[in-house]
Write a new protein. Structure first.
Length: 216
């Protein structure tokens, strides 16, 4: 299925008006599809798998801002450290330490978000509020910089539940900013719920199927 350019134009205008960054989630999609959106002006792309990202990155323009949005294991950080723009789903302190180590090794700073567990499902990864506070008040790292929070709402048709989860994450970010004012990014909302996420304060949404069609 080709890239849905009409959806892209409509969503981009909607997000620009709200001051929200669009991450085009390109997992399982070929480099040619990514290039189509790039040529329309899109620069922020999200990938879920390290191997797929490291294969695509050299094939595409150097000014793409690559966001890693999947579950990141510490032993895979080194593969994306030379070029990744933002790591969304950091859910362990060992991963933070490894990001810092690899950032120093590559002579650059790497920004990341703390993933917070807001959903009802037990399968979702993430920290709780106490753990977030502990990280923000604990040791600071030279080259790994936390810039905000990320969360995934329950996969549910109950919109009041989804809204309440987004609302809770926004409240947690507001509290976190009292500890660290650099915590400005709130990454929440996907193809099915990004409208609610924006209403609840999201600054960054991760949209795949509305732009690229169903996954291959």
């Amino acid at each position: 299925m080709p890239v849905n350019k009409d959806n892209y134009t409509r969503i981009k205008q909607e997000l620009d008006k709200a001051g929200v960054t669009l991450i085009a989630v390109s997992k399982t999609k070929p480099a040619s599809d990514i290039l189509e959106l790039y040529e329309l002006g899109q620069r922020d792309f999200g990938e879920n798998y390290v191997q797929e990202l490291t294969e695509k990155q050299p094939q595409l323009p150097a000014d793409i801002r690559w966001h890693f949005i999947g579950h990141l294991q510490s032993n895979k950080v080194k593969y994306i450290a030379p070029f990744v723009h933002l790591i969304h789903g950091v859910d362990s302190t060992s991963t933070i330490k490894e990001i810092n180590k690899q950032a120093i090794r590559n002579n650059r700073n790497i920004d990341y978000l703390l993933q917070v567990h807001i959903a009802q499902e037990e399968t979702k990864f993430g920290f709780d509020e106490n753990e977030v506070n502990s990280i923000l008040t604990g040791d600071q790292y030279q080259s790994a910089h936390v810039k905000g929070l990320m969360g995934m709402a329950s996969f549910s048709d109950d919109l009041s539940l989804v809204r309440s989860e987004f609302h809770a994450l926004k409240n947690l970010l507001t509290k976190a900013q009292l500890i660290d004012p650099a915590m400005t990014i709130l990454s929440m909302g996907m193809s099915g719920d990004y409208g609610l996420a924006i209403e609840e304060g999201s600054t960054m949404v991760r949209i795949g199927s509305l732009l690229f069609g169903d996954r291959n």
